[in-house]
Ligand binder design. Sequence first.
Ligand SMILES: O=C(O)CCC(=O)C(=O)O
Length: 965
Amino acid sequence: MRAPISLEDRSLLGEEPFASFFSARHSGRKKQAVRSFLEKVSTLVETAPGGVQAVETWLSLAFDSIDSGKPRQHGLRHRHKQPSAKTFTSFVKFYWYLFSGQDAMRLLGTLKLEGYTVKHPAQKDPFDEPMSPLTVMSDDGTPPPFINLDTAPFFIKRESSPVPGIEERALSEPNLESPQITSLVHSTIPVALHLSEDAPVAALAHTNSAPDPLIVLSPVISVAESFPTPHTPARARLTPRPAPTVKQRRGRPRKLPVTDDTSAVLPPRGLLTAPSTSGIQMTYPLEHPVEHTASTTEIGGDWSFFGSFSPFHPPTLPPVPAGIEIKLDPSEGEPESLRLLDPSDAPANWLTLPVNETSLNESDELLLVTEPQHPPKPPLPRLPPLWAQSRQEVCESFEWFRSYQGGVYQNDGTVKGYFLSAFSADRDVFACGGKIIISHGGGKSASSRTQNGQTTNKAADDQRAHDISVRALIETYRKNQPLVLLIDDKYRLFPFDLGSRDVYMAILGFYKIVHLWAEYQPSASNSNGRVVRYKFAFQWCEDQGEPWWSKQHLDAGDVPMPDNVETTVIGPMETVLSPLKPDHLYSACKICSEKSPRVYQQEWACLNPTCPSFWIALSGRALPDQLEYNPEFLAVIDFRPLPHAFRDSLLPKPPVLAPKDGITTTYTHSRGWHCRECGRLSCRSAWEHYQCPNCNDTHAIVGTVRPAKTLMSIRVPISDKFVDSLIDPWSGIQRVETKIFNHSDVPGATGRYQTFILPEKKGKIHLIQTNRLANVEADRIFEAYQQQASDGTLLFRRWPLRNHKLRGPLLTNYFSQNSGETYHYVGGTDNTVPFDRAPGAVIQARNLIQKRIAEALGVEHLFNEVLSAAYMEQQKMAFHSDSERGLGPVVAGLSMGSPALMHFRLLSKYTPRSEQRSNAMTVVLRHGDVLVMEGAGVQDYYEHTVVPCNFRIAATARWIAPNHT
Ligand SMILES: O=C(O)CCC(=O)C(=O)O
């Protein structure tokens, strides 16, 4: 990337990254290519203040121009291969900003003036994002001006000698007396910089290395034209916080230096000094509540701690006795929601606890974060109508939420389910008895991920309207579409203790997003000390009746509602209807013209994060960190009926127990179900019936036995390069020429086998393929398996996985049964039947495997364990290697039913870090095939996965040392 020589420097067109951008705009791969170009640019400008944001805005402008098939007239909206001089000039200016590390948003302001428009939000396009969600609220239908320099109340003063080409503009009503001048220098309010056509770009670039010569002297005096004073019945704090129990000491006010360092705008930090406990001293910032209230950090070797705190809830210091072992419990939180406590952040932003315990070195710093203390909640009086004990149970049985990781489940660009869990932000709300819920969606929290022994820490970042989850929430709001809210036992604001009834997740019901806005939240890990968060106000859809946790519902049950419930509910328990129409809560910003609601009691402010006056109140000052909600805003704003299509769609439909076609292995049949007796959502964990793990309510499944011939010919998703196997040329795997063998009990029938030799004598893989005539035996075994599984002779079950990062149990994706020696890897002793009591199908499968190996490879292998696995449509066995203690060197499997793809790849520890892990080899397993893995190296160096194309049963035989543990 080089700096443009002048605004007319068209030679840039032929250089990267321009070249690919302009050619991509006219190629067939437009969107993808442009996106990748912009991603490239954005990585280049990541360090530029405002740079990334500018790229995103540019992105929307760029898509605006390329997504329409029609030729367009203005700005970027044209078809010519070469951009017009005007477009190009603007682009170069923009590019220069990126290059020079200036706040590129400023230039985008001027781009807008030069003919760029944001596409009208009404147009249907997946990339059709307005600059902010609030854009849609401008009701006259015209796209709001981005920044109108002629009316924007900015004033520029040069400090150093004038740079030719920069026009100075004194704009309306500069208020030179404003006390906010210094801090605005560092705010996101743009300098009204106008570059004339002959501006010497090189000279400007030069100024970048010197202190910024441009200083905004006047802040915005008033950003809202008119601002109705809402009727505010109660001015009580809606979010009472426990008073800090430790002494507060104010930091010395600092003179803010004139630099681009945005952290300089932060108010001086107060320090809390806590009394020492067990030799611990702590300090941490007071004025910036730590937005991410949980953390995990390694304190040397095995030392780690998980918990959370907020400066508004000063931690109770736990004593740290000698030798204590504090370990991260991965089941304590969803992996993606574990927040980072960045050790490098410790001295400045986080509490620092030198610990003198003998078990720690003197130099160790213990970064300690503790749970805020909250009053205990009353027990849940009765079970919710829809609840579960694991996330998997919800994802498999409840169509409104199928996300195993994130908190936002979306489908087709809109949100179906939104999960409220721990880590609520300070201003999250559960008001009007839970009919109004406010939450911040969309991720970008600080995080720490460990992969292959390497931990990557990521600081919290600003959310943007383009972020996948935020975007989907905005779209859901625009479409006025209901979504389902779910909570777990860690959601602090729910008034009852779900854990008292072993409820991990509960479904609240349908809500609609009635307001959305953005706010600043303090953030310790972000270098700006704060991050932009999109907030969403969800309102209960009234025609569902009263919520199941409401006083009137619970009182009607066996257990009366405890009296003290109100004390834990933020906001009034009774529904409060707003005397105002929703529109009255909104005022338009003078700068961006977008309407923002009056969210906070203190003052109205523009809440559009792409507006230069974002977070600036009418007084011209930034909103304070301590804010209370405007009570009008928290009221239920109107009656929100549930669209017809959504009525009765919350409860999952009962499963079809006896389908007409007798097929009970479809994807639908692999899903979970909802027990109408007790409300529990659960997985289908048994092959022959649905059974509620809570109340044992059982429903038998009646199907027919499926002959192998109906499944054998299912198409395998492979390319034409592929017959039975595909080897990565870099894998070093050698394929030996196919050999023929005679079937011992079918005269004249010959089978064939292929051998794959792994490099460096790591082992061999043999694929033995059976003659059609000899496959009758596999046909029979396949049917016997199905018969015995449905009559309960053979118990196919989904067993809990031993290693996973989700809370609660996680069942295998497939059903299995083990016979012979115990196989600890799946189900252990609970899943094992000794061979003398093993189902007939299993014994027949083992015999057939042994026979095929003898026929094809001419060697005798005897196995004392068989793991039988049954897969319904879309089920599979994930990557693993067979690493059971005492495992013999040969593992062999018989495939039955639909074909499957078996992939092998090197274990991650043998894959160079720089390389992407890809499959070393893939083989197709067809009905009757036996695949033999020979040599311990196959398991020690490789892992394998099996992905069936449809209903399939496999029997995998091993020799395992008896009584191994
Ligand atoms: O063939 C199959 O379905 C998978 C068998 C397997 O990988 C195993 O049992 O470990």
